[in-house]
Design a protein around this ligand. Structure first.
Ligand SMILES: [Zn+2]
Length: 362
């Protein structure tokens, strides 16, 4: 729900680009793409050239540290902007992504065709590109995305901020039968720009958005407008949770089933509608009324001057056992969000932080 700045993730994105396919030789994406071309080229045919050009354009711009246009690091927001420009004007703009990579523009119908020399091969072109680029490896291998996930410092679904997503170490076996710890990602990888329409972005770092299985499933039915990364600091927090006006006035949760106490605000009305339509956020957060109620109790305690006492007493209690908690840590203990506002570290912290601010608790 909160965006990340591209510039803060450049180092990890470059590490991903330089290493992700290092262990692959026989099934490296570049080799697979070459093989894929051979499935098309033996039979020159009207229209077949565009598929070869498409593959060549990926090869030319893939896993190349000297190439500023490397597709593994391309910003999907730039790709989307150029696609929207094209849809509006029906022409390529020379300086944007599509203008520079015209061969990567195929219609959805063209992407779903099977342009193979073997007429019995019904594999769609977009699926073949996703296979060739080894999305399966990025998603499933212990050397895939899981190896880079911890560097993102994200522990909650990027769409709903309501479910934990984490790497866990599990006991596994080596091929020789020895015990070893393996990393397992308890999340799914969602593509901001869908791989059916943008198969050349299926393994691009910034296009992979870790999410809970529910959000990923809902998004497979309807496109989301929420891009996790941005270049603009003012765009970091498009959403804000709010309490129903009656709750603010009465400082009590309305327990009736059909009343939404926690509401989602967004300056961009289209984004708000889309986020609610795709991920059912306000309906989901109806289940967290009890969390909001606890903040109201704390508001009550604050009104009666108890909260400062709690902070003072907690401070003393912990110092007795040799610990000293900072005010930020006590805020974390009381409200269960990080005082620096990092809502990605813990589920529901976006809601708690926004409501605590609204209630002037914090
Ligand atoms: Zn989610």
């Amino acid at each position: 729900m909160r965006r990340l700045l591209y510039s803060d993730y450049e180092t990890i994105a470059k590490k991903y680009r330089d290493n992700i396919f290092k262990n692959l030789t026989k099934t490296h994406p570049l080799k697979n793409l070459d093989d894929l071309k051979k499935r098309i080229s033996p039979t020159p045919h009207n229209g077949y050239q565009k598929y070869i050009d498409y593959i060549d354009e990926i090869i030319k711009n893939f896993e190349d540290e000297k190439n500023p246009e490397d597709l593994l690091l391309v910003k999907p927001s730039e790709v989307k902007k150029s696609w929207d420009n094209y849809k509006k004007s029906k022409s390529f703009c020379e300086n944007d992504f599509l203008g520079k990579h015209k061969a990567l523009f195929l219609t959805q119908k063209e992407l779903e065709e099977a342009p193979w020399d073997d007429q019995n091969d019904k594999t769609q072109f977009n699926d073949a590109i996703v296979d060739a680029l080894r999305y399966d490896y990025v998603r499933d291998s212990p050397y895939g995305f899981v190896s880079y996930f911890n560097d993102l410092n994200i522990n909650a679904c990027v769409y709903c901020n309501a479910s934990y997503i984490v790497n866990t170490n599990i006991r596994g076996k080596t091929p020789g039968g020895k015990n070893r710890l393996e990393i397992m990602g308890r999340y799914e990888l969602d593509h901001y720009l869908p791989k059916s329409q943008f198969p050349f972005l299926c393994v691009s770092f910034y296009n992979l958005q870790p999410s809970c299985p529910f959000c990923n499933r809902w998004k497979s039915i309807q496109d989301s407008d929420f891009n996790l990364y941005t270049d603009v600091k003012n765009d970091l927090d498009p959403f804000e949770f709010e309490l129903n006006q009656n709750v603010i006035t009465s400082l009590a949760i309305d327990k009736r089933e059909n009343v939404r106490n926690i509401l989602l605000n967004c300056k961009d009305q289209n984004l708000k509608t889309n986020h609610n339509d795709v991920f059912h956020i306000e309906d989901l957060y109806k289940s967290f009324d009890d969390e909001a109620e606890e903040l109201l109790w704390l508001k009550d305690a604050q009104t009666h001057g108890y909260q400062q006492n709690i902070i003072a007493v907690f401070g003393k209690l912990f110092s007795k056992v040799g610990m000293s908690l900072s005010t930020d840590q006590i805020v974390r203990l009381l409200y269960r969000f990080y005082a620096n506002g990092d809502i990605h570290k813990r589920p529901l912290s976006k809601m708690r932080l926004d409501l605590a601010k609204k209630l002037k608790l914090y």
